[in-house]
Design a protein around this ligand. Structure first.
Ligand code: ADP
Length: 270
């Protein structure tokens, strides 16, 4: 659209002096919009060809045992890389939807405990018995938001813990009260992260160890997705970690996002 976008900044000097600055950021705003649309369109267009490729590869995998070993290995590689590309395209698409779509369209009170239980079950299959996954629910309130978006944010945190904490570790999914607010936490007692990396972790494609995270199947977009989902829920992410002492990812939701479960919901849970 042709609207002009202005940015204002007020600076206080002492008790009675103010400096007001206005900046015309129309061009910047438009470029940013073009970048978003471009990423959304490209990811969308890449989806169909990738689905077709993956479909053919799957039919060939069925007859892999009839192929010479070298070809069968190549086929395995092609499948793995195609699925990596699919994950990447899906994450890019999700991220641009989070930036473009109107927020709040599918918001409703979410029963946090059952959401965490569902995510734990998914993570169990990724972990294949290599971790101990626990759910702790200390706050009876529901969280008002988009269940789908919250599920992808929390899943990203839990799947990261499964990928990076190391075998034999504990992973806890926790919903607890903090003053008037409430927190969704994903904590592990694994390898942890050097604090120098923490401020940049939610940037797109930022990784502590590039080789290792591509090997584990990450896209580099997980924490960027988490950050955007939380922004849309008036929430923010805190990360506490030290090498060798585990990692804690805390999503803090304001009181305005919390609701008492209805009597009907309570009795059906009992
Ligand atoms: P990806 O996992 O695809 O690389 P993310 O944005 O989800 O991208 O995570 C960014 C980086 O943060 C990871 O590459 C990893 O180095 C680090 N990380 C995330 N979660 C943990 C964790 N629980 N323990 C240790 N490192 C982690």
């Amino acid at each position: 659209d042709e609207r002009q976008v202005l940015q204002f900044q007020i600076t206080l000097y002492g008790d009675d002096e103010r400096l007001l600055m206005a900046r015309d950021i129309t061009r910047l705003h438009r470029l940013e919009q073009m970048r978003r649309d471009f990423v959304a369109n490209v990811s969308h267009e890449l989806r169909t060809p990738l689905t077709v490729l993956a479909g053919y590869l799957e039919t060939y995998t069925d007859i892999a045992d009839q192929l010479p070993p070298r070809l069968a290995r190549g086929l395995g590689q092609m499948e793995a890389q195609t699925s990596r590309m699919q994950n990447l395209v899906n994450d890019l698409l999700l991220l641009s939807r989070l930036e473009i779509d109107r927020r709040g369209d599918d918001e409703a009170p979410v029963a946090v405990e059952s959401l965490l239980e569902a995510i734990r079950r998914d993570a169990e299959s990724l972990s294949a018995g290599r971790h101990r996954l626990l759910v702790e629910c200390h706050d009876p309130r529901q969280l008002v938001g988009s269940e789908q978006e919250l599920r992808s944010a929390i899943s990203n945190l839990v799947f990261n813990a499964v990928r990076y904490a190391g075998d034999g570790r504990h992973i806890t999914l926790r919903w607890r009260t903090q003053g008037d607010a409430a927190c969704l936490e994903v904590e592990d007692d694994g390898e942890g992260i050097d604090p120098v990396h923490i401020p940049r972790l939610t940037e797109r494609f930022y990784r502590v160890d590039k080789g290792r995270s591509t090997a584990t199947g990450g896209t580099g977009l997980g924490l960027a997705i988490v950050k955007h989902v939380l922004l849309r829920h008036d929430a923010h992410l805190e990360i506490v970690s030290h090498p060798g002492r585990g990692a804690l990812f805390r999503c803090v939701f304001p009181a305005t996002r919390l609701s008492r479960p209805s009597a009907v919901a309570l009795s059906s849970q009992a």
